[in-house]
Ligand binder design. Structure first.
Ligand SMILES: [Cu+2]
Length: 68
């Protein structure tokens, strides 16, 4: 199991939180996705077939790209 934290500047409210948590949770291999709105941060626990690349790609697709 991998745990990763990423900053997503586009997260600004509870609606963003729900959207990001729901969409990321739907990826196969994700066991937990939690957004902290104040920190604009997503914490995700995952294992194969999920990868960091897939998670970043999904976030990009739904309009919440990860800050580099
Ligand atoms: Cu929002």
């Amino acid at each position: 199991m991998n745990t990763n934290q990423m900053t997503i500047p586009a997260i600004s409210c509870g609606h963003c939180k729900l959207t990001v948590e729901r969409e990321v949770s739907e990826l196969a291999g994700i066991s937990k996705a939690t957004v902290d709105v104040d920190l604009k941060q997503l914490t995700v626990e995952f294992e194969t077939p999920a990868t960091l690349l897939k998670i970043h790609g999904l976030l990009q697709e739904i309009g919440y790209p990860v800050a580099v």
